[in-house]
Design a protein around this ligand. Structure first.
Ligand code: AGP
Length: 602
């Protein structure tokens, strides 16, 4: 995820920016840059890769005396991780850094290009600085120009802008992405989270959405849609570890809570009013394709499995899914009319990468769905769609899975759209549901509290069966995997209808069944499967919008309008259940034993 740091004052600015960016390293990035204005002097440095590269580039540069400065670490979403795409972005005499996504950037870019502006990068961010300079020329006042610029931006952003037109000022704005102001006497700091300013500033103000303004050495002015407003600073925490986790106990917990927001990022620019659009796919990408084969491992395999239902149901395209390590040695029969999709959070998983190379060697067209741009799997594929989940620190994948599922759902609908296999009505219904996804993923305090309380009953027993039907079967597999990974308890995911073909022999009161019982899909079928288990005295935890009298425990979910909304809600419940059980067992939630975040060996 991108990171922002800024500083106004007399200290060595380069060091403050680089140290601050270093504190944001844990969020992940693929390039970095800084810009400093001191008196008349404007300096800018950028480098791809680690911060060390930026340090090396700036080692002869010193910035003493009063000045303003901004810095950024970039996690590529629009455009490759190159120096040109790294922030700060330059206009003729101003620099900007930005987190988030400017949804209407293509429209703004076209408008500016028609007026003769040349763009150097492929980013959405660059539109901000050119818009600012356009309005500065028109209005003659830097703050009014900034205000007018902000008015034109749609989407989520946090941004800092410096300009030779006001060399003592930093302009700031926030809408949907985090940003704060830090204070130490006359010095002002800016950052996208508190870690970079801990130990430097002693007071802080967390900007609210829609707030913007400007800061000078002795003056900070804050505005929102209603005009100028006052603000109250608060004392800054001194606990860096807690700040990195944004106050959550574990990265995994933070990432579960982030799912609602990152899902919006995943959709931005891809869901138009009445259609799906992938900038990454040439128009003829699916021409001559009659089937899809997906290869992946672990959690990514589960998102693939759920997608196979959607490709067939919505996209009317045959789809089969294989575990990459199995695919590699089965001497697969591959035909060139098949699109080969790989899914990987890290983009470095050895088995998935090898499977991809095999498919390419057999002449198949390839597409990858990945969270890390420029990773080996992305580079190897003909095309790639980024999931935009931001870096995932918890070894047990959560938000990466959620965003993979989202991209695959959009892709299935896209296939249906270009093959004309979905009616306008279905397209509209699916798009409406997609737009509701962020809401379905909001974690309510009362839900988390209930799962926390229930979790104490599930610390023993001889095993867990997560059961579901249709897309809730892969979700059951994923729920069981999450629990296994961080609780070290035995858990299996099973298609609910299969229990009676063998596993039901295990049923007794010490066998815990986690039943995924959506209202909108095959409710009566799964209900009778659960009744069969209940009759054998299995302990049942039902997750459903519908109260179920035979359940020993019950977690009520909210949505019943669309199966995939129910899927996402139940996904959150299973993630939190695994987390709370793991915490009670005293395990290391973020770094479970024997596991690695990226499996680069066979
Ligand atoms: C998920 O919680 C796991 N840690 C693991 O199963 C993971 O999904 C798998 O190793 C595949 O990784 P990838 O998505 O980076 O390819």
């Amino acid at each position: 995820m991108c990171g922002i740091v800024g500083y106004i004052g007399r200290k060595e600015k380069k060091e403050i920016l680089l140290d601050g960016l270093q504190e944001l390293e844990y969020r992940g990035y693929d390039s970095a840059g800084i810009a400093v204005i001191e008196g008349e002097k404007l300096n800018n440095f950028k480098a791809v890769g680690k911060l060390e590269n930026l340090r090396n580039k700036t080692n002869t540069f010193e910035s003493e005396g009063f000045g303003v400065s901004i810095g950024h670490t970039r996690w590529a979403t629009h455009g490759k991780p190159t120096e040109l795409n790294a922030h700060p972005h330059l206009g003729a005499y101003s620099y900007v850094v930005h987190n988030g996504i400017i949804e209407n950037y293509q429209e703004l870019k076209k408008e500016l290009q028609n007026e003769g502006v040349t763009f150097l990068s492929q980013t959405d961010t660059e539109t901000i600085v050119h818009l600012f300079e356009k309005y500065h020329k028109e209005l003659g006042d830097p703050f009014k120009a900034f205000e007018k610029t902000i008015e034109r931006l749609e989407g989520a952003y946090a941004t800092l802008l410096i300009t030779e037109a006001a060399p003592d000022t930093v302009f700031f704005a926030k809408n949907g992405s985090p940003m704060l102001l830090g204070f130490d006497g006359n010095e002002v700091y800016f950052a996208s989270s508190d870690t970079p300013i801990i130990g430097k500033a002693n007071e802080v103000y967390y900007l609210e959405d829609g707030e913007y303004g400007y800061a000078k050495e002795e003056e900070v002015k804050l505005f929102d849609a209603t005009g100028e407003k006052s603000f109250t600073k608060q004392a800054l925490t001194a606990d860096k570890a807690l700040a990195q986790k944004d106050g959550y106990r574990f990265f995994m917990e933070k990432e579960i809570y982030e799912q609602s927001r990152v899902m919006s990022d995943t959709m931005i620019g891809r869901i138009l009013e009445d259609s799906i659009y992938f900038e990454e796919l040439p128009e003829d990408f699916f021409e001559g394709i009659y089937a899809i084969k997906i290869c992946a491992c672990g959690t990514s395999y589960h998102s693939a499995l759920a997608a196979s239902y959607l490709f067939e149901r919505i996209g009317k395209m045959r789809c089969d899914v294989e575990i990459a390590s199995e695919f590699r040695y089965k001497e697969p029969f591959l035909t060139d009319k098949t699109l080969f999709i790989t899914i990987s959070q890290s983009g470095e998983t050895a088995d998935t990468l090898e499977a991809l190379k095999m498919a390419k060697a057999a002449g198949l067209k390839t597409l990858t769905i990945c969270n890390v741009d420029n990773s080996s799997i992305v580079r190897e594929s003909d095309a790639a769609i980024l999931t935009r989940a931001g870096i995932e620190k918890g070894v047990a994948s959560t938000k990466a899975f959620a965003t993979q599922s989202m991209v695959l759902w959009m892709l299935a609908l896209y296939v249906g759209q270009i093959r004309h296999s979905v009616s306008e009505e279905t397209l509209k219904r699916e798009i409406d549901a997609m737009l509701h996804t962020p809401k379905a993923l909001v974690v309510e305090d009362k839900l988390h509290e209930r799962i926390h309380r229930l979790s104490k009953r599930y610390l023993h027993g001889h095993g867990f069966f997560f059961i579901g039907r249709d897309i809730f079967y892969p979700l059951a597999l994923e729920g069981a995997l999450k629990l296994k990974e961080i609780s070290y308890l035995h858990a299996e995911g099973y298609p609910a209808g299969e229990m009676k073909h063998g596993p039901i022999a295990l049923a007794d009161s010490e066998l815990f069944t986690i039943a995924l019982m959506p209202r909108s899909l095959l409710y009566d079928k799964i209900k009778s499967n659960v009744e069969e288990l209940s009759a054998r005295d299995a302990t049942i935890l039902a997750i459903s919008p519908e109260p179920f009298e035979l359940a020993d425990d019950f977690i009520q979910t909210r949505y019943d309008s669309h199966p995939i909304l129910e899927y996402f809600e139940m996904m959150v419940v299973t993630q939190l259940l695994a987390l709370e059980i793991s915490v009670r067992l005293g395990n290391d939630v973020d770094m479970p034993r024997n596991l690695a975040k990226s499996v680069t060996v066979e």
